[in-house]
Design a protein around this ligand. Structure first.
Ligand code: ATP
Length: 207
């Protein structure tokens, strides 16, 4: 019988200062398997800055991030985490298939094969299309396929609904619900009001 996931992400007393402006300070949270953390706040309030700190792209000015009780740098954190930012993390000079093969080579095989993921995100038939020829919404769908083909416990998503049509929004809400039901966890920013009735949702409001 599979053991329940015991993964836990903790932010402890995090602070971020930009150009002498305090974006947030003493910010703490604790996220366990199956949960989603939604960062809310107006433009410029620091949501992306917090995500970038969680990804390790920059350090917090104060505070600590723990993964399963250990400092992230001493843990499996970066192998367990996947980030989809504004730029989708795809190489525009490569084809759809080549991009997914690169992602797979850099990660651990997830539950979906490349072809299964392309069907799921409604990009089947686009294998040989250069990414630069895809629409913005299709690029976003490709970035979702990356999440499906590799095994990652923590998804960090910056405005994942951007450019998606109504079906795309439903798709990502479904994928997020499934990820959490399978013991995954998600931290995201969104200006879109998300509907995840079966997910334990925490919110942090940045001002
Ligand atoms: N590299 C940087 N150097 C200096 N200031 C920065 C840098 N990146 C962001 N900032 C500033 O930090 C503040 C917060 O930016 P951030 O991108 O985290 O906001 P956000 O809440 O994600 O905004 P939005 O909703 O518009 O995406 C802004 O005032 C921004 O100008």
């Amino acid at each position: 019988m599979p053991q329940p996931s015991t993964h836990i992400l903790e932010g402890i007393n995090l602070s971020c200062i930009r150009d002498d402006r305090i974006l947030f300070e003493n910010l703490s949270f604790s996220l366990t398997a199956g949960q989603t953390l939604l960062l809310e706040g107006k433009n410029g309030s620091g949501k992306t800055s917090l995500l970038r700190i969680l990804c390790g792209f920059r350090e917090a000015d104060e505070g600590q991030i723990l993964w399963c009780g250990e400092a992230v740098e001493d843990s499996q954190y970066h192998a367990d985490m996947a980030y989809v930012g504004h730029l989708d993390g795809v190489k525009k000079e490569l084809t759809v298939l080549e991009n997914l093969k690169v992602s797979l080579a850099l990660g651990t095989q997830g539950t979906y094969s490349i072809q299964q993921a392309l069907v799921r995100v409604q990009l089947s038939g686009y294998d040989d299309a250069l990414v630069q020829t895809l629409s913005a919404g299709q690029k976003r769908r490709l970035s979702l396929a990356r999440l499906l083909i590799t095994h990652n416990i923590l998804w960090i998503l910056d405005e994942p609904f951007t450019s998606l049509d109504k079906q795309g929004i439903i798709l990502i809400e479904t994928l997020m619900t499934e990820h959490c039901a399978n013991g995954g966890m998600i931290v995201l920013t969104s200006h879109h009001d998300i509907v995840l009735p079966d997910v334990s949702l925490q919110r942090i409001q940045l001002s």
